[in-house]
Design a protein around this ligand. Structure first.
Ligand SMILES: Cc1cc2nc3c(=O)[nH]c(=O)nc-3n(C[C@H](O)[C@H](O)[C@H](O)COP(=O)(O)O)c2cc1C
Length: 355
């Protein structure tokens, strides 16, 4: 585990350890998408972790899926995020903003313009989503025109520029967990007949164009991407060709010289090992629900350069100090994950505060 506590160079940053806070939506932003009052404190509390990947942030009105998630496309959003990046930097930390376009995982009640969600194809995910009036079925989305797909790439590019204006150290493109980019990957969600559907190359095209545009705009060394090969929820089925798509995608992304690839690992060990071989830049691995005794094992085995943790960091602002001193960990309270105030957000005790 000691290797976890050694510094590592990542893009333009030198991180003090190899632990990463995985991106986590907390739905505590203001209604206009400006980060909430407590966001800076929440992230600054966790600044001792090598890298913070801030929660999914929409690059446009269309990109919003859930209630009160933050955006990064207006002056107010930029000013709000600047408070967080400054607070994290003041404590010696580093922060990438995750750019998340929810695509069809959305509801008109949750977006500022209340329009139908957009997606590669007009196929509903067959699931429900939380809205202000409770859980509701997700309606059939509207298929983006080819011109709109290109406009969406431009929206990502502009959002990345604005994240730099807000002082972020980089951006992580959300290509995982059944949101827009993964919707393009999956034949179950993408039946397009233009250059963005059909073959593996076409289904991977949108992700590659987004990554290329952002890398060109802010520098490849400040651009990263998260993928979750094999997602099988919310109507996503990548089919038998899934692993082949990821082999192609990772090879193409590898040509861009990105800051890192972040794999949310769902269990395909041979594919993860192949990705490790073909990806020559920094690799972050997140294994959902990893037991404590296995913390550090992927860095120790050389499978990953850094390890990401979600719920444990949410509940332990001083996760690094607790690991170093082998101290007990607070449990995360899932009832306060989304929405609400300081409870379950900024009030998890650090060791120094524990009774
Ligand atoms: C409350 C909550 C919100 C999440 N929001 C996001 C998100 O915005 N973007 C993302 O890529 N993953 C999101 N995830 C997934 C986490 O990043 C992580 O992959 C997952 O929690 C598994 O890791 P863990 O067992 O260490 O928590 C979220 C998870 C939780 C618990």
């Amino acid at each position: 585990m000691n290797q976890l506590f050694t510094p590592i160079r990542l893009g333009r940053c030198t991180l003090s350890n190899r632990l990463v806070m995985a991106p986590m939506t907390r739905s505590r932003a203001q209604v206009d998408g400006t980060p909430g009052e407590l966001a800076a404190e929440y992230y600054a509390q966790r600044a001792s972790i090598g890298l913070i990947v801030a929660e999914g942030v929409q690059p446009s009105d269309d990109g919003q899926g859930y209630l009160t998630t933050p955006g990064i496309y207006t002056d107010a959003h930029v000013a709000g995020w600047r408070k967080t990046t400054s607070a994290v930097h003041d404590k010696g930390g580093h922060l990438f903003i995750q750019l998340m376009h929810a695509g069809r995982m959305s509801h008109p009640d949750n977006t500022p313009h209340h329009r139908q969600g957009v997606a590669p194809s007009a196929i509903a995910p067959g699931s429900e989503i939380f809205t202000a009036t409770g859980m509701q079925p997700i309606p059939v989305p509207r298929a983006l025109s080819t011109a709109e797909v290109r406009q969406t790439v431009a929206d990502f590019r502009l959002a990345a520029r604005r994240a730099m204006e807000a002082g972020a150290d980089g951006v992580e493109i959300h290509g995982a967990n059944a949101y827009l980019i993964q919707q393009f990957f999956a034949p179950s969600a993408n039946t397009r007949t233009d250059a963005y559907g059909g073959s593996i190359e076409n289904r991977a095209r949108f992700a590659i164009e987004v990554a290329s545009a952002i890398a060109e705009e802010i520098g490849a060394d400040r651009t990263a991407i998260r993928l979750s090969p094999g997602t099988a929820m919310w109507g996503i089925d990548e089919g038998a060709e899934g692993p082949a798509l990821y082999r192609y995608l990772v090879a193409e992304l590898g040509k861009l010289g990105l800051a890192y690839l972040h794999i949310m690992h769902l269990g395909n060990e041979p594919l993860l090992a192949e990705i490790r071989q073909s990806w020559k830049q920094t690799l972050i691995v997140n294994r959902p629900g990893r037991p404590r005794e296995q913390i550090g094992s992927d860095v120790a085995s050389g499978l990953a350069d850094l390890e990401a943790y979600g719920q444990t960091v949410l509940a332990n602002p001083d996760f690094v100090a607790r690991l170093k001193s082998d101290a007990a960990l607070n449990d995360a309270d899932s009832s306060t994950f989304f929405g609400g105030t300081a409870q379950g957000y900024t009030d998890y005790p650090a060791l120094s505060q524990a009774g």
